[in-house]
Write a protein that binds this ligand. Structure first.
Ligand SMILES: Nc1nc2c(ncn2[C@@H]2O[C@H](COP(=O)(O)OP(=O)(O)OP(=O)(O)O)[C@@H](O)[C@H]2O)c(=O)[nH]1
Ligand SMILES: [Mg+2]
Length: 249
């Protein structure tokens, strides 16, 4: 089994080296791909200067900041082209505990997708303000309700996929550019009948760098959830007339 951990970065120079070392320690057998959007703070140069660069650590440099979803699509395409069996995704800011990577990968023996989850028993968040907790809870509740999702942490960004799961999900054809990329994949997995296991994790607020979360990203997520749900309802509404046409044809 060969695995790659895909890490998108934008201005993560403060913590990227600690992050790379932590992932190397947690899962020495895995390769790492950093997808950097030409960070002005020189994140890419630090990745290229890592002792394992060119061996276990690779860098995909993109022209400019183009969103988390776009960065992941590029990273996943890179991983699929190179034939990896397992693809892990996680943030660069140590919010997702690298020590949980082996557990996430092991869960793929029993499911198509594994999610590092804050909202199952044993999971949680550490050092988040009350308002940040509320925003995350409200966002999760909204998308779970609108899309009818059973996954508890539908917006989680710490996930592992089997290669076939990524291909079946059609991730490369997804449309979300921002953080709704995570929601879109949760939704697609449910629609396609892929199984998902949630592994409890403690999410720790970033202590280095700055958040890239913006109002635009939140608006995209709220709007796209409605669009996907509406498309599904519309396809159900039109199905009977198609069947009638088939019968009379
Ligand atoms: N390549 C790339 N990476 C991005 C982009 N936007 C965010 N990221 C990375 O995606 C990951 C998640 O972004 P964060 O800003 O930590 O978002 P968050 O975790 O939802 O927000 P905080 O909890 O406030 O940190 C981090 O590793 C970022 O560097 C982007 O446009 N391009
Ligand atoms: Mg973060």
């Amino acid at each position: 089994m060969n695995a790659v951990v895909v890490i998108p970065t934008y201005d993560e120079a403060d913590g990227i080296e600690i992050m790379l070392d932590a992932v190397r320690r947690a899962q020495p057998s895995a390769d790492i791909l950093v997808v950097d959007d030409n960070s002005p703070d020189g994140t890419a140069a630090l990745v290229a200067g890592h002792p394992d660069f060119g061996y276990r650590v690779s860098l995909l440099s993109r022209d400019g900041k183009n969103g988390l979803g776009a960065a992941y699509r590029a990273g996943f395409a890179w991983a699929l082209e190179r034939g990896y069996d397992v693809i892990v995704q996680m943030d660069a800011d140590l919010s997702h505990p690298p020590v949980k990577i082996p557990e996430l990968i092991a869960a793929l023996d029993r499911s198509d997708v594994a999610i590092g989850s804050r909202y199952v028993e044993g999971g949680g968040v550490s050092n988040w303000s009350v308002s940040r907790r509320f925003i995350s809870w409200a966002g999760n509740t909204y998308v779970r309700t609108v899309l009818g999702l059973t996954v508890r942490d539908a917006t989680a960004g710490f996930r592992a996929f089997r290669r076939e799961s990524l291909l079946r999900l059609g991730v490369l054809d997804s449309q979300s550019n921002g953080y709704s990329f995570q929601i879109e994949n949760t939704w697609r997995a449910g629609q396609l009948g892929l199984t998902t296991i949630e592994v409890p994790i403690t999410f720790t607020d970033r202590t280095t760098g700055r958040s890239k979360m913006s109002a635009g990203i939140v608006r995209e997520a709220l709007a796209l959830a409605l669009v996907w749900r509406w498309r599904q309802i519309r396809s159900h509404l039109y199905r009977p007339s198609r069947q009638r046409a088939d019968v009379t044809a």
